[in-house]
Design a protein around this ligand. Sequence first.
Ligand SMILES: C[S@@+](CC[C@H](N)C(=O)[O-])C[C@H]1O[C@@H](n2cnc3c(N)ncnc32)[C@H](O)[C@@H]1O
Length: 298
Amino acid sequence: MENVFFERINKINPKILEGLKEKKEFSFRINRHKAGLETIEELKKEGYFPKKVDWNDYVYTLPMEERKKITKSKPYTANKIYIQNLSSIIAANSLDIDKNDWVLDLAAAPGGKSLIFSEKADKVSAVEPDKKRFFRMKRNFKEHGAKNIQTYNKDGRFVYKATGALFDKVFLDAPCSSEAHIDLNEGITWWNLKRVRRFSKLQKELIISAFEALKPGGEMIYATCTFSPEENEEVIDFLLSRYDNAKVLKIDLPIANIQEGITEWENKQYNPDVKKCIRIIPHNAYSGFFFTKIKKES
Ligand SMILES: C[S@@+](CC[C@H](N)C(=O)[O-])C[C@H]1O[C@@H](n2cnc3c(N)ncnc32)[C@H](O)[C@@H]1O
């Protein structure tokens, strides 16, 4: 299976393999429910000198060696900072959220992205079917001072049946084969093609639910932390084949380690609009990620 994995990744982009080996930095953001930019001065007093990213004043990186140690710092224990990957942060920020929007996070635990949405919108609904993860997520919201998130211990596939087209914005950070988290030093132990296909089927059911739950005129993001086109472009292609009013929107990102969507994979041709999808190639504090913005036209 290892060979199949490497062959597929090399076909998508050989730079991915370099990126999977290189993890020199980690990132965090300031939790705006509890803190502001003064947090950086507090960290400096404790001997940390974070580097700001150039696309957000509240997002910083530090060397990986400090990842464990910082969890003992005052700002961390007071929940003033939240350790989160840059790719997750930039994808969550790509959903244009207004204060009055009602945002649905359809696969939400541990809740890092819901926390970002809750800093921007008055109302957020977070769905997570796994009981253990659900209660950990609730605790996470409480600890970080987010009082505007309603939580639902439900299966995301059926949410739209209860809500109808209710939400202004939806984020679907789909369960996936997590290829971006494979540690090449440990070997490819849990990856196989059957798993990829199983997730692809679940993701297609979830994207239908996400799109149905969106108000006409609303926007959603579909995301995964995996590289396989079956779990990415194929899922978007599936949605586009089912709904004439689903339109892929272009996303402008201020980073260089990205690649446009793939329109052909293993003798399958996808809708040419999947070109507008974004694949983040892992690099420093950016882990591998895939995301697409979709509008529901009236
Ligand atoms: C990639 S993680 C989400 C990470 C989260 N958005 C964050 O940023 O903190 C995917 C989540 O989907 C959940 N999940 C699995 N099956 C699901 C389903 N049928 N409906 C909704 N969520 C599901 C998993 O338990 C997992 O917590």
